[in-house]
Design a protein around this ligand. Sequence first.
Ligand code: GDP
Length: 530
Amino acid sequence: MSTHSIPQEVARRRTFAIISHPDAGKTTLTEKLLLFAGAIQIAGSVKARKASRHASSDWMEIEKQRGISVASSVMQMEYRDCVINLLDTPGHQDFSEDTYRVLTAVDAALMVIDAANGVEPQTIRLLQVCRARNTPIITFINKMDREVQEPLDLLAEIESHLGMDAVPFSWPVGMGKSFGGVFDIRRNRMRIFRAGQQRRNNDEDIIDGLDNPEISRRFGSAFDKAKEEIDLLQDAAPAFEHEAFLAGKQTPVFFGSAINNFGVQEVLDTLVEWAPKPGARQALQRVVQPDETKFSGVVFKVQANMDPAHRDRVAFVRVSSGRFERGMRLKVSRTGKEIRPNNVVSFLSQRRDLLDEAYAGDVIGIPNHGVLQLGDVLTEGETLQFTGLPFFAPELFQGVEVKDPLRTKQLRTGLTQLGEEGAIQVFRPQAAGGALLLGAVGQLQFEVVAHRLKTEYGADARMIPSRYTMARWVTSENPKALKKFIDSNAAHIAYDVVDALAFLITSPAQLRVAQELNPEINFHAMREHG
Ligand code: GDP
């Protein structure tokens, strides 16, 4: 068992998600972070997972890889006496509501940007969630070894998309073939770039001082330009303030090249020095402090495991307080049921003793057969409920019908359960005779649901194209205004699994018009569970 006290263990935890648009370099950076933290054997497995990922969009293929992806979607490493938990957010086809919910389980986010492409759509969606929760964000601008956008332009783009100040900690000298390295603004020294993947940062060239003639001799006009930009920034850009970063109002920005191991160490150091330790969480009943002696944790993600026929699932639990030990008795607040997890899924870690106990900020995976649902709270006996597990308005819609009408009941049961589990959102149109409507944020969700309906519920479903592209949950202080809205939009009204009222929309213009015509109606892009 750990020789540290619970408060000491909490203080050394850093839990963050890594977010990016596909191909920006997230996998590469993840590997390098693990490499620099000394978990070299893990680095290979990240790559292996990526290589085998989605050669086809066949659900069974994906299913086969579940075992690997469960293990590598949370990675734990130790660096400078901190325990760092890195939560992966899948991109592309994997993209689903789970991705959003992962962001509710972290205390900070690392955003990777491809310096040639700037801030891309997938990143923007994830950033909106971070912004809504004021999650502190560290920015890594990758691929400086290529011909990329002007750094000042990138900075401006980040600021406009994030709605927060971007404060460069480092500044690039040149780019592409003439990439000379980065100037560490805060330490007033330049780190010289050398291509290559084997080298670690400790055998690196460093030249002190922005006015050092050696730098300008070696890097000529690229350095003159960088120096001018740094001078400009020092006058115009705000100084870094730790409080502003923690409040999600400033993001420290680093430039580098993940594939060349360049700039990676700075990111790790920033996580350790500036990123927050796990904080207090507000439950309905009371505030839960991370260093309380009693264990509590929340299920933020449920992943179907290898064998869907047996309803095998892994519930991902973020520890909120206390100490988790293998084999301890836990109570599920929603049902009052007791569970005693012995075979918790161990996430990759360098040190064995980290696997057997967990503290606030850590993630444990509990295999179960449907006992644990999204949003469930586990405690040593106390009843606790947390709000704030968000459901996001879907962006993709399909109608669903059962092929054999005699299986209608199975379809309904399956959809209710899958909806409660958070695998997909199910809307029941108000209009009589309307087919049930499925809403998702990622295309893969439809495939998973069709597959599970068939294998787990015996309902062969047919998906029907839908004209809807958006949905908003609607509320109003004024019951009359709400009734009028429902009556005049009857064809677009639907109810979700918890009977919350939703407005189905075909275009952004339709939403704008509805907002203008109905000032007393609130249109929500997010609904909180709990
Ligand atoms: P992900 O989809 O965000 O996980 O991206 P990957 O880590 O798989 O990287 C996408 C591609 O960019 C791969 O071919 C990487 O080798 C390449 N890449 C990653 N980092 C760098 C870098 O610093 N410079 C260059 N030139 N290429 C990079």
